[in-house]
Design a binder for this molecule. Structure first.
Ligand code: F6P
Ligand code: MG
Length: 494
């Protein structure tokens, strides 16, 4: 079922896995053991909310409710999260997940633990252990009465979307201009060259939107992130796209339309909420307005995942936010209250642009041309080498699309099995059963945030390792860890 090539392991000191398990995950679960041992400590509320982990978030919610049953459940969750963090930091074995109402899913996770020989946190395949961590966290919430649908990362996602304000407004203005231009263009003569340029621009925006996910926030500041989001940064980053299969991807959609194919669907296997979802929607809106696609299916996660991944509720939250930009961007956050800051007012032009964008997307949604289709398989613990076999219905569904866009780093890791490929291995080969002959046109848009990389020209990896912070002779591929470099890889279905 899996690639024969070995996977990246948390025990490998040269892998980003090792850094993740030791530094990033404990912070994601909770900031500071003190918080767990004395959850009544009021100091917690004065911490900058943007930097909080899961425990801090639940603690905050517990302290706001007056319902004793909800409080008791919340305290139990805090304790479970604390235990999980302890297990990670003390290299305990990955314990079986308790049944939380999804017995098949839990059984699959627990079987994998057994098949791996009951590993401990510091000696386990990176991909599986990281998925397990989020699935295990979900199992603390799922069986409760009051916290069942609670998204422990929701506040971070909303805060960061608010923090992306400049880039959001900049893009709204550009989007309105382009859609209007596209409509005018359609009425006169259709200009393929202009369309191709727009296609490249929207994909570029969508690609770099992935550089800013929240699970890396433990090492980047909000200011870093804002800088990464503007159009100037994108232009400068063009040379950082190591592989670019966009022209061939355009041809697929262009040809389907030229041949008069009636239904031309593009699927997005989504990654992060907030700014990245916003740019995904911009790309989806462009594909639909230009007629390159007739329908777009967005595929979100079903449980809080890798901090910032899209849940169905994030889609409505985003539409809500942009439907009333003043209410969203001008309301003082708790963070701003603490710092005595008042948000800048949104100008009338900015409101109009964003409301235009909202109306466009809301209409597409109502018309059924832009829809969400969740599937719990996206939060399973294995790689997509197993997808055709383990999720045959989902696989069939994906085969119905003209193009399936896999967003982000984790999807790339899952596609390639997170294995130690030689970096010159062809992308298609690294996809195994999802590659050649799969019947799926797979397009991966990924900014690199992990070790695995394939499809590079010979010598490129060595060259990048020699750059500053690239890893040198250390054996680590550090150039690929922080979202600076990107790949756009296509595997054609037949
Ligand atoms: O490598 C850092 C990391 O947080 C990984 O844990 C994970 O693979 C990835 O980044 C998440 O990024 P993305 O949101 O792009 O999938
Ligand atoms: Mg993500």
């Amino acid at each position: 079922l899996d690639a024969g090539t070995p996977q990246y392991m948390t025990s490998d000191p040269t892998s980003f896995a090792s850094n993740s398990v030791r530094q990033r995950w404990p912070i994601i679960i909770v900031r500071g053991a003190v918080m767990v041992s004395t959850p009544d400590e009021p100091r917690l509320l004065t911490r900058p909310p943007r930097q909080t982990g899961a425990v801090d978030d639940v603690y905050r919610a517990v302290s706001k409710t007056h319902d004793p049953e909800k409080q008791a459940e919340g305290k139990k969750i805090i304790e479970q999260l604390g235990n999980l963090k302890y297990e990670v930091q003390h290299d305990r074995k990955l314990s079986p997940i308790a049944d939380d109402g999804y017995p098949d899913e839990v059984a699959a996770y627990n079987k994998e633990i057994a098949d791996l020989g009951n590993p401990s946190w510091l000696h386990v395949p990176w991909l599986f252990s990281e998925c397990y961590m989020y699935r295990r966290i979900s199992s603390f919430f799922q069986p409760t009465k009051h916290w069942k649908n609670y998204d422990v990362f929701a506040r971070q996602k909303t805060d960061s979307f608010r923090g992306s304000r400049n880039a959001v407004l900049e893009l709204a203005s550009r989007y309105k201009e382009l859609v209007e231009q596209l409509r005018a263009d359609k009425d006169v003569t259709h200009d393929d060259e202009a369309e191709k340029l727009l296609f490249a621009e929207f994909f570029d925006i969508c690609l770099w939107g992935n550089a800013t996910d929240l699970s890396l926030l433990t090492s980047l500041t909000y200011e870093d992130i804002q800088q990464l989001q503007g159009s100037a940064a994108r232009k400068a980053a063009e040379k950082n796209i190591l592989v670019n299969d966009l022209p061939a991807s355009y041809e697929i959609l262009h040809k389907a339309r030229a041949e008069g194919q009636k239904e031309r669907r593009v699927d997005f296997v989504l990654d992060n909420a907030g700014f990245e979802l916003y740019v995904d929607l911009a790309l989806a809106g462009f594909l639909l307005s230009s007629g390159l696609a007739t329908q777009v299916i967005l595929r979100p996660k079903s449980i809080p995942w890798f901090v910032s991944d899209v849940l169905p509720g994030d889609f409505s939250a985003l539409l809500n936010a942009i439907s009333n930009p003043k209410a969203f961007f001008e309301t003082q956050t708790e963070d701003e209250q603490l710092q005595g800051k008042t948000p800048e007012p949104v100008s009338d032009k900015e409101v109009q642009d964003l409301v235009f964008v909202f109306q466009e997307w809301a209409n597409l949604h109502v018309e059924g041309r832009l829809i969400m289709r969740p599937n719990r398989y996206w939060t399973a613990g294995g790689s997509f080498w197993r997808l055709p076999h383990q999720a045959p219905e989902l696989y069939e569904d994906l085969r119905g699309a003209e193009l399936v866009i896999f967003k982000g780093d984790l999807n790339y890791r899952k596609l390639t099995g997170d294995a130690r490929w030689d970096p010159t291995t062809p992308f298609q080969e690294a996809l195994g059963p999802m590659g050649k002959g799969s019947g799926v046109n797979v397009l991966s848009l990924r900014t690199c945030k992990a070790d695995v990389v394939v499809g590079l020209p010979a010598g490129k990896d060595e060259e990048l390792k020699k750059t500053e912070g690239g890893g040198g002779d250390s054996g680590a591929r550090t150039w690929a860890w922080h979202g600076k470099w990107a790949v756009v890889c296509l595997s054609q279905r037949s």
